[in-house]
Each structure stands twice: as C-alpha cells, then as structure tokens.
Design a protein around this ligand. Structure first.
Ligand code: FAD
Ligand code: NAI
Length: 475
C-alpha cells in the first residue's frame, strides 16, 4: 500500500522528531508530519522549542548578556569599551539564523535516518483494519497508513481571559522573541520561567521591566533558599517584581497598555506600559488533530490522556511531550519520545520523572533536580543539607561571577542524594552531575569522593557534598 508506515509521528518538536529518529534507528518505517512553516513558507521543524522556545530564547539571552557585559562589566576586567551600541536588527537576525540552523539540522537528521517528512497538518481520518489513517493537509496532500501513531502536537501559550495575543502589543513568547525596537516600558504578567527569562532579555537591552505575579511566593515550586537568592539578584539588576498581584481588566490604546492590579496589601495599583508579555503558563495543543472523530480521550484540561507508558485511550496510539501530563520541558518530551519508540519495538523504554532537571536561564542561572527542602519537610523525610557559596570558589572569582551557591540534600540515614539546587554561573551545566548521581542513586559522599578538576565551578558541587558531612575544605 502507498504511504504505508510502521509509525506515523504527528508533530516534529523535541518529542516528535526524537521519537521518529529512534523508531527509525530501531528498523521501523517512519513518517513524521509537521505543520510549522517559516516566514518563507518552508518547513520549520523543531516545534516550539526550536522556533519560539528554548533555542531562540537562549540565543537572545546570550546576546543580551554580551550587551550587558560590554555596557557595564568589562571595565572590571580592564577591558575598556566605549560607545557600546545595540543593533537590535542584527541581534534578532542572528537569533533567526540560529533557529534556521536547527530547523535544517532536523531535516538533515530525518534524511540520514530515512524518516519521511510530510509538511502539513496531520489529522486522524479513521481506521482501516490494523491501520490508522492520517490525512496530511498541506501543499502536498497525502493519506498515510500506519500501525502506530505518536501524537506529539505540543502546547500553546495561555491567554488572559478576554485579552488576545496580537503579538505587537500583547505578546506571547512568539512576539516577545522578535520585537523590532526595545520597548521603554515593558510589563510581564507571570513571574514564571518565560517571564523571568524574557523579562531579563529586554531589561538588559534597556527596557524598564515590571513583572506581576499572582502567587504570594516568588518561584513557589523552586527551593525557597534558591528562589530568595535569585530574587535578590533580579531586584538588584533592576527587575521590578511584585508577587501576590491580582490583575484587573487590561485596557489597550494604540500607544499603550494599562494594567490595573491589586497588590498583596489590597491596594489598587496601575501599571502603564508600551508592551505586555503574558506568560501565565501553556496549554496542550490538539488543534487540527480531529481527536474527537476517532474518540481520542482528552482530560478536562485538554491534555491527551495517557497512562505511565504514554499509551492513549486508543490502541497503538501514543502521545508524548507537552500535550500530555508532566513538566512542559523539551528534554522530558525527548525522553518520552525515545521510550515510546522503544516500547513499540518491544523494548522496555523508561522515563525517570524523579530525575528530570529544571533550569531557568537567567543571570544567575537557577537549576535543580529532585526534592526541595520544603517538599522534604512536607514529606516528613529526615535529611541533611550541605551548601557551598560560589564566593568561595576560585573559578567563580576568576570569572567575576560569584553570586549564588550549590545545595545538596541527602537522606539523613542512607546519605542518598534527594535533591540538588544551584543558583549561580553555569548552573545549567553543573546540574548534570547531580542528575547522574541521582540516576545511579548515589550518596552525597560519592560526590564528595569524586575528583573534580581545579579550578572549576564543579568544585562547588563537591564542596556542597562535603558540607553535608560538615567537612568543607575551602569554606
Ligand atoms: P512542540 O515543541 O510544541 O512541538 C509540537 C509540533 O507539532 C509543532 O511544530 C507544531 O507545529 C506541530 N503540530 C501541532 N499540531 C499538529 C498537527 N495536527 N499536524 C502537524 N503538526 C502539528 N524547555 C526546555 O526544556 N528548556 C528550555 O530552555 C525551554 N525554553 C522555552 C522557552 C520558551 C519561550 C517556551 C515557550 C518554551 C520553552 N521550553 C523549554 C519548553 C519546550 O519548548 C517544550 O517543552 C517543548 O517544545 C515540547 O516539545 P513537544 O515536542 O511536546 O511539542
Ligand atoms: P510558568 O508556569 O513557568 O509560570 C507562569 C506564572 O504565571 C506562574 O508563576 C503563575 O503563578 C503565574 N500566573 C498564572 N496566572 C496568572 C495571572 N492571572 N496573573 C499573574 N500571574 C499569573 O509558565 P510560563 O512562564 O508561561 O512558561 C510555560 C512553560 O514553558 C514552563 O512551565 C516551562 O515548562 C516551559 N519553559 C521552560 C523553560 C526552561 O526550561 N528554561 C523556559 C521557558 C518556558
């Protein structure tokens, strides 16, 4: 039969494209359907992550950090730079180039692994015997037949009720990654990951940024010692952050956006800005999939219902990534994609939800894995804690970046590492060691006995592990 596949994957974000490649590696005939296009109408593979998420945000964070360093900090190193100027078109253009390199990289990987790519919207048309039929609506329409389908259709930004994204004044992550000029006054609703990362980008580039957060606690899901340390830095950098803010009805004119809000003391306040980023979480995306037509069950929040193996309510239909429960992270989507491909091949794919790392790529970076102190206390688990400040780390001093600390939490009896929390330089890279130790169910003493190169930031991890046993060597 024409267009007969073992597996059809719908969506080429990190969940979908990785699932497709892994299934092809395992000898299956695989197709992947993705609807995203770039400005020229060409396929833009890689999903939210590549087009309007992880990759472009990190490109802008890097460029804006260079601008901040050149404007304010290089002098400390004896590097005198005069007349630092921002070329925003170049900065955004570079980001677009990085995105395109990643888009094209995935197309190349598909060719290399013999994954057949279809550009268009994929929808369930029905079932013929053992085969699911997937229709592709695009420049080249097609009907695909496959024994297995993996749904990896991702997520979309959540809007405030009654306030649509126009991506000019009311911005989701999409518009906030491509502004044509630096807004003088920028409002951000939601002090979550996107609000802090993109708020930081535009603050560094010159905006006066005000962040309004509904919850009474700053970064409530993060270890509170780490959250407080980061909050101190953000405020020092000039981010205006208000927690416990209740947002009223937002009003727009051609020139500005007015946000009435009530502060945590119950006082009425008014924020007037040129542009507003709304970053209050994301919702699963199943548009165009025709889930109802085949009875694919969604839960009451719109996520595709899956069991712990990523099986949906339909036989041989699987779902992974942001469109199913669990953290909305690219690496979680990838792990699920690999596990599902392996399960289809009869193997025992596995995702360990207890060791999924989180990173917020602000300055300082915040990274963690496992339990926070607050969670351990709530669980009534006896634990020991060891911390080490970057201020006492030679490499951090040499870098001129001594904010923050590493904290290791270990079981009081067995010494098994239960959580690691890092605020500081390169926390995103340092957390990998903690993930590895936890994956092997290692102890804090294991980290303490491992030889770490000197001088490196990673020595702060070793010292924090030593601190669990109250025997730091350098503090
Ligand atoms: P997506 O990446 O959303 O991909 C889904 C794909 O499916 C899209 O290409 C879409 O066009 C396509 N699609 C949907 N429906 C159909 C259909 N019916 N037919 C065909 N195609 C369809 N995570 C991290 O881990 N680290 C980060 O640093 C990070 N930064 C982020 C920054 C921002 C600003 C945002 C918004 C997100 C960030 N994330 C980050 C989250 C990350 O982007 C997501 O967790 C990840 O992209 C989810 O992958 P996915 O494959 O499930 O879905
Ligand atoms: P988020 O869940 O991280 O933060 C949303 C924030 O908005 C929360 O603090 C919430 O309390 C607040 N909020 C919700 N409703 C509100 C309201 N009406 N008024 C004021 N505040 C309100 O969501 P965000 O930042 O939109 O990001 C979505 C997801 O994308 C993240 O959860 C994460 O999974 C992913 N992401 C990951 C990144 C990373 O790994 N570095 C970077 C960016 C996004």
């Amino acid at each position: 039969m024409a267009n007969q596949f073992d597996v059809v994957v719908i969506g080429a974000g990190p969940g979908g494209y990785i699932a497709a490649i892994r299934a092809a590696q395992l000898g299956m005939k695989v197709a992947c359907v993705d609807a995203a296009s770039n400005a020229k109408g060409d396929p833009a593979l890689g999903g939210t992550c590549t087009n309007v998420g992880c990759i472009p945000s990190k490109a802008l964070l890097q460029s804006s950090e260079h601008f901040e360093q050149a404007s304010h900090h290089l002098g400390e190193h004896g590097v005198e730079v005069q007349g630092v100027k921002l070329n925003l078109a170049q900065l955004i253009g570079r980001k677009d180039t990085v995105v395109k390199q990643n888009n094209d990289g995935i197309l190349y990987l598909f060719k290399k692994n013999k994954v057949e790519f279809f550009h268009g919207v994929g929808s369930f048309a029905g079932k013929d015997g053992d085969n699911w039929q997937i229709e592709v609506a695009g420049k080249k329409a097609a009907t695909l037949n496959a024994k297995h389908v993996i749904v990896a259709t991702g997520s979309a930004p959540r809007a405030l009720p009654g306030l649509n994204f126009d991506e000019k004044q009311i911005l989701s992550n999409d518009g906030a990654l491509s502004l044509e000029s630096v807004p003088k006054r920028l409002g951000v609703i939601g002090a979550g990951v996107i609000g802090l990362e993109l708020g930081s980008v535009w603050r560094r580039l010159g905006s006066e940024v005000t962040v309004l957060e509904a919850m009474p606690t700053f970064l409530g899901a993060v270890d509170q010692q780490a959250a407080k340390e980061a909050h101190k830095s953000f405020v020092k950098q000039g981010l205006n952050i208000h927690v416990g803010a209740k947002i009223g009805e937002v009003k727009q004119t051609a020139r500005q956006v007015t946000i009435p809000w009530t502060d945590s003391a119950g006082q009425e306040q008014k924020l007037v800005v040129d542009k507003l980023i709304v970053s209050i979480g994301r919702v699963p995306y199943t548009g165009g999939l025709e889930a109802a037509k085949v009875g694919l069950a969604l839960d009451d929040r719109g996520f595709v219902t899956v069991d712990d193996q990523c099986r949906t309510s339909l036989p041989n239909v699987w779902a992974v990534g942001d469109v199913v429960r669990g953290p909305m992270l690219a690496h979680k989507a990838e792990e699920e994609g690999v596990a599902v491909a392996e399960r289809i091949a009869g193997q025992h794919g596995h995702v360990n939800f207890d060791t999924i790392p989180w990173v917020i790529y602000t300055s300082p970076e915040i990274a963690w894995v496992g339990k926070t102190e607050e969670q351990l206390k709530a669980d009534g688990r006896a634990y020991r804690s060891g911390s080490f400040p970057f201020m006492a780390n030679g490499r951090a001093r040499a870098l001129g970046d001594t904010t923050g600390f590493v904290k290791v939490l270990a079981d009081a009896t067995t010494d098994e590492v239960l959580g690691v929390h890092i605020v500081g330089p390169m926390a995103s890279e340092l957390i990998a060691e903690a993930v590895t130790i936890m994956e092997f169910r290692g102890a804090s003493e294991d980290i303490a006995r491992i030889c770490h190169a000197h001088p490196t930031l990673s020595e702060a991890m070793k010292e924090a592990a030593l601190a669990v046993d109250k025997r730091t060597l350098n503090f």
